[in-house]
Design a protein around this ligand. Structure first.
Ligand SMILES: Cc1cc2nc3c(=O)[nH]c(=O)nc-3n(C[C@H](O)[C@H](O)[C@H](O)COP(=O)(O)OP(=O)(O)OC[C@H]3O[C@@H](n4cnc5c(N)ncnc54)[C@H](O)[C@@H]3O)c2cc1C
Length: 296
């Protein structure tokens, strides 16, 4: 069986190729724009974009490669641009994409539903299985492969997207999606300056600070790119500290992929403790300085 992997970020190329290796005998990686990762697939194709060309307009080139390779499985990184490429590829292959896959159960792909309150299982509509995923479900898998990279000439799109305008998006804060340790701050932090306690803990454990939605959306103490949950970021760190966070489902679905959850909350009945591996019933003002000192 052959698997086709289309991913943007270098880490995602590695993770998705590692996952594809668990699903297929042959793994073929496609990278649009940037050069592909080597050593993670049996073969990698690089589609260089002509100056000023939109990423999404490489779809026809991807489709030509797809027809040539004839894979049974396609894994697409969950990014806005690749969701467009994946959707168009699925239309070409007379199937549909199953988006945001978080796990497999036999031939059913699982993803979150109703804002994370339920899990939905879906099976592919056509003979080719196309899934979009952030790759976190493959964290145990190992990537392997050759350094073979073949250049593919960009084929102009028959039905191209047209750029109507550009607006700069300022990236604030760290990329919490890739951080191994994340300290999440919630409404238990009474004042903005108290967030320094969370920042100090994050620095001590070489992690990154993140937050619940109210801290970013209501208080605006941290950028929106740092809030976790169903309408924020979904992350899979090795360790997640939930500090002063009650543990509402809308927040916790964003950390179901964390290996270990450590909750600190002064309310012993806070729902976060039901999902935490370790819990500390304590006032964050008292416990964070001590924890930071011990872990530094
Ligand atoms: C459609 C929808 C989408 C949503 N999406 C998201 C989302 O993506 N992400 C998200 O985070 N939320 C989301 N929410 C909001 C979510 O439902 C919760 O309201 C939110 O997560 C609560 O944030 P919190 O835990 O920081 O605050 P709270 O629920 O107010 O909890 C604060 C906690 O801090 C504890 N605390 C207080 N003082 C201290 C102290 N000194 N020391 C220790 N603990 C203390 C309290 O006991 C309490 O448990 C969404 C809601 C809706 C309706």
């Amino acid at each position: 069986m052959k698997a086709f992997v289309i991913a943007e970020a270098a880490e995602a190329q590695k993770d998705l190729c590692a996952g594809a290796r668990t699903l297929a005998d042959e793994v073929v990686l496609v990278s649009i724009g940037d050069a592909p990762q080597t050593g993670v697939a049996d073969k990698a194709y690089h589609i260089a974009l002509p100056e000023g060309e939109l990423y999404e307009n490489a779809t026809d080139t991807v489709i030509a490669l797809f027809d040539e390779v004839a894979p049974e499985i396609v894994l697409v990184e969950t990014t806005p641009r690749l969701k467009i490429v994946g959707g168009r590829l699925a239309a070409h292959a007379d199937t549909s994409v199953i988006n945001d896959v978080a796990a497999f159960d036999g031939d059913a792909a699982e993803s979150l539903y109703f804002g994370g309150l339920a899990t939905m299982k879906r099976r592919p509509a056509g003979s080719v299985r196309i899934y979009s995923t952030n790759g976190s479900m493959f964290s145990e898998a190992e990537a392997s492969g050759t350094d073979a990279v073949e250049e593919r000439e960009f084929v102009p799109a028959s039905n191209p997207l047209k750029l109507r305008g550009k607006r700069e998006v300022v990236q604030e804060g760290a990329d919490i999606g890739r951080a191994p340790i994340v300290v999440g701050a919630g409404r238990g932090f009474a004042k903005e300056e108290d967030l320094d306690l969370a920042r100090s803990l994050a620095a001590a454990v070489r992690g990154e600070i993140a937050c619940s939605r109210p801290i970013a959306e209501n208080e605006k103490w941290l950028p929106k790119s740092l809030y976790i949950g169903v309408s924020g970021r979904v992350i899979s760190p090795k360790v997640y500290f939930a500090v002063g966070i009650s543990g509402q489902m809308q927040h916790m679905v964003g950390v179901t992929g964390a290996d270990t959850i450590i909750a600190i909350n002064k309310d012993a009945n806070a729902p976060v403790f039901k999902q935490a591996d370790y819990g500390l019933v304590a006032d964050l003002q008292e416990v964070l300085p001590v924890l930071t000192e011990k872990l530094a």
